[in-house]
Design a protein around this ligand. Sequence first.
Ligand code: ADP
Length: 602
Amino acid sequence: MKQRSKPKKGLARLLELAGAKKQKLIAACLLSVLSSAARIVPFFTIYNVILELLRHYTDLDQINSMRIFICTAITFAAVLLYGICAFSSSALAHTAAYDIIYELRLKLVEKLSRIPSGYFTHTTQGAIKKILSDDAEQLEVFLAHHICDIATAITMPVFTLLYLFFMDWRLALVTLAPIVISFCLLSACLNKPDKAALQVELANAQETMQGTIVEYIHGMPVVKVFNRTLSAFQRYERDLSNFVHVVSKTAHANAKPMGAYYAFFGAQLLFLIPASLLLIPTAKSYLDFLPVVLLFFLVGSGLKEPMEDMMVKVLDSNRVIEGMNRIDGILMQDEISETGTGNPTGYDVTFEQVSFSYSEGTQAVRNVSFRLPADSVTGLVGPSGGGKSTLAQLILRFYEPQQGRICIGGVDIRNISLARLTQLVSYVFQDSFLFHDTVENNIRMGNTTASQEQVEQAAKNAGIHDTIMALPKGYATVIGEQDAYLSGGEKQRLAIARVFLRDTPIIILDEATAYADAENEAKIQQAFARLSRGKTVLMIAHRLKTVERADQLLVMDTGELVGAGTHERLLKDCGPYAGLVAANERRDRWTIKRSGKGGDAE
Ligand code: ADP
């Protein structure tokens, strides 16, 4: 496994993920800051115009019209600059965000294909979907909008305050006072231990409620079949009302501090009016002081909005960072080594003292050694949970064995790249997954460059051609649309067609446990037989009849290989196999008796 270096955190990590688009994002933020600077220029020019008008209000002819014209021109230029910068910033941020998220999603999907399949056994599809869709989406919105908004929301109040301090530091301090008081009140409230505990309770209640909703929706068929609607709904209702209760408790607890915070935060005028009155006697000239006071009334009270905006955006960014951590949870997974250059020319498969466990303690496969000769069929049998599927999946490097080695043509599969390995081995799963796509494209998954004739030939070999031709649009039918559904057996034959098209020298077949009907079963067995010609085949058999005539049989029981040989030899020498055969016969007799005696079980 390849080890990854420790990732960066927060904004630094975000910029790292942005890669080459980082410059675009930085440029977008700078343009956004410039646009916010341009936005406060009109306050300055209006102040100068008022100053000029007041200075000469007794003799209007004395007004310096050139000064007024320059102020007007600067105002227009500033508005124009604001428009250009805001537009360019938004355009740059949006294109950078789309590019970053496009590449990130590709990276995630590529990564998912390179990490051991064990990851998927303890991570739900829902969780992966949330990361690829919701978390990535959230990141896109943050990069396209919020990152520039935050830059603006921080710089706008800073520019404004600097300007106000430049005009009159005393009034600037008075403008700043309610903001500082409200922040102190808020942080004193949020830092109390009981408030922190309440936030945790709120997050837990929300998580529980969301979990119940997802479970309720996923389990809907079971809920209906067992008529458990009411009890399942009661739990949903209980979690929902618990969430409402915690929200209301939090709202009550926060009412006073938040009220005080909001009361002070927007209260600049409350402080500015008395302060201005007190400062009038200290002013050199009433006419000079009045425009300054007016400016503070105008600009000071306008500080509230961008600062509030900044707080909301900064709090929001925490959620984005949490999402980014989840994305990193995938990106930082150990990968299956891809450096292998081994290129086997023989196609026999050997297991040499292989042991594997999913988790510490219990071994799913214990010290197993055997050989699958090229051009032979091996049946893998044993009781459920014996380790058959695990053994087969180890050949495809779904997991890495903790001990021993697996070789193809004498080459350790750890030295074979995954790309090469998939050219060597195909796996027909019991429950084959079909994409929401045309039948043809589903078969083409096996070989995207195959011609139409090759696709049809593969379908014929798999015994599914006639079924496809009976579909509304034949090979162009989208599975799941226009009432075009396939039965379990038909799906498996479609999956076999994929493998025919792929034409790998080694094939692993997982026999489906329940075919819909005898006809389907016969067709699948014929397809399996055709597919197996000249190949190294390992067939996981759940019914012994299907592999009785295999070249050799391997018997797995509780992770150990307890027998290997032909059917006849094993019947004589291998107790567990003889036991399996007897159990199979009893099951078959039980089925016959039930149908024969109208319901009597043996
Ligand atoms: P078989 O195919 O013979 O029914 P498996 O290979 O599926 O047996 O299972 C072998 C053992 O490994 C069983 O004890 C099973 O519970 C365990 N096992 C199978 N898959 C997983 C998994 N993804 N995570 C943890 N344990 C597993």
